[in-house]
Design a protein around this ligand. Structure first.
Ligand SMILES: Cc1cc2nc3c(=O)[nH]c(=O)nc-3n(C[C@H](O)[C@H](O)[C@H](O)COP(=O)(O)OP(=O)(O)OC[C@H]3O[C@@H](n4cnc5c(N)ncnc54)[C@H](O)[C@@H]3O)c2cc1C
Length: 371
């Protein structure tokens, strides 16, 4: 039997695997993406596409919080050019919008929490401010009169992850194989990959970018955090910014689609959609923007975020020499440009940008293996 060989096999065709294949294909020989497709639906399809580093630091330990924030902020700074480059290359829109985010409060206690968050972000050099309820409504007239204030992150952006996935796929000229890898074995300097139907591939180098439930890394390192979300029809332009609160976030997308998310449940790796979770999201969203109360539902879905014990991604190499690009939890879309740049530098053996050196040192897999 002849075994097909690739210079680099990337396991996982979510945004991280696809973006990495695009970054490597000019200079690394034959680059293949092997993806399980509907056998393991990608989190990238389920994501809302918020690019919001200032809102993603609350629950980490202090040292990792700062590292994670800096990595996210650096990636956000790459996004405008990244989106433009992708759109120019493919002729496809990724619906990139840089209108900012409002983290709104419906009580003084919630506003105090946003103030604390704003202090932390500002102390790390972030551009956020606290504004009053009236200032919120001046920016977003559709907001409820019950909003008492907000943290405004004017530099935040968003993108449509499904359009992003389509655009990234279109840039690839190497093999895109639909198969689930169940076994990776090191053979001398190369690797043998076996799929669930027994097909074999060979690869000089392997990158595991398989998301939350690949079966290729331990559940102690990467585990699923299930999220449900919905999209309602809403007149385009009525809400411009991403609106976030404790109970729901709202992301206005092209075509009058308001994405509302998301539940968060650990320890579940199924894709069932809990009707009660969707009802709660809609109710919480309507409390922020009352005009959503009677909006028609367009779609509901679920996905599995790739969680890690400290909430930070895994970027590096394991003891068998496989490259790991995993565990982006709630921020894989935000992280795509920076994670791609960092991993491409590591794989090609070139010096990463100064901003990424610290990230590669902090996000290596050894930190989790050592726990
Ligand atoms: C409801 C929800 C909302 C989110 N919102 C945001 C957001 O607003 N902003 C943000 O930045 N992030 C968000 N995220 C997180 C984001 O979706 C993920 O961090 C990101 O998509 C991870 O991308 P990935 O490429 O690593 O994994 P995935 O997108 O999960 O892709 C992994 C791919 O690997 C394939 N695969 C897995 N195992 C194998 C195998 N053994 N063999 C072959 N192929 C395999 C799968 O089929 C899949 O296609 C959200 C996630 C969810 C669920």
């Amino acid at each position: 039997m002849t075994v097909k060989n690739f210079d680099i096999a990337i396991i996982g065709g979510g945004v991280i695997g696809l973006a990495l294949a695009r970054a490597l294909q000019d200079s690394a020989g034959s680059v293949a993406v092997i993806d399980a497709a509907q056998d393991i639906p990608p989190a990238s399809f389920a994501a809302a596409g918020m690019l919001s580093p200032s809102f993603e630091i609350a629950e980490r330990g202090a040292a990792m919080a700062e590292q994670l924030y800096r990595f996210g902020a650096y990636s956000l700074s790459l996004w405008a050019d990244y989106a433009r480059g992708l759109e120019d290359e493919t002729g496809l829109s990724v619906d990139y919008r840089a209108d900012g985010t409002l983290g709104v409060a419906q009580s003084n206690e919630e506003l105090d929490a946003w103030k604390e968050q704003a202090d932390r972000v500002s102390s790390m050099g972030g551009n956020v401010s606290i504004i009053s309820g009236d200032e919120c409504r001046a920016l977003e007239p559709a907001l409820s009169p019950n909003i008492v204030g907000a943290m405004l992150a004017p530099s935040d952006a968003q993108v449509d992850p499904r359009r992003l996935t389509d655009a990234l796929s279109k840039t690839l000229w190497g093999d895109q194989v639909t198969a689930r890898i169940t076994e990776i074995t090191k053979c001398g300097d190369a690797y043998r990959l076996v799929t669930s139907d027994g097909t074999e591939y060979g690869a000089g180098r392997v990158v595991i970018a398989g998301g939350a439930i690949s079966g290729l890394v331990s559940r102690e390192m990467v585990f699923p955090v299930k999220g449900e979300a919905t999209a309602l029809h809403f007149a385009e332009g009525t809400v411009k910014r991403v609106i976030r609160s404790d109970g729901a976030y709202l992301c206005p997308k092209a075509g009058g689609r308001m994405v509302i998310g998301a539940s968060e449940t650990r320890g579940r790796d199924d894709f069932e959609i809990d009707a009660a979770a969707i009802t709660a999201l809609k109710k919480n969203a309507a409390a922020l923007v009352p005009a959503l109360t009677d909006s028609r539902e367009l779609e509901r879905w679920s996905g599995l975020r790739p969680g890690t014990p400290d909430g930070a991604p895994i970027l590096g190499r394991d003891e068998s020499g496989c490259f790991l690009a995993l565990g982006h939890y709630r921020n894989g879309i935000l992280h795509t440009p920076a994670a791609t740049e960092a991993m491409a530098a590591l794989i090609l053996g070139i010096e990463p940008a100064a901003e990424l050196k610290a990230a590669l040192a902090a996000f290596g897999p050894a930190r989790l293996a050592a726990r």
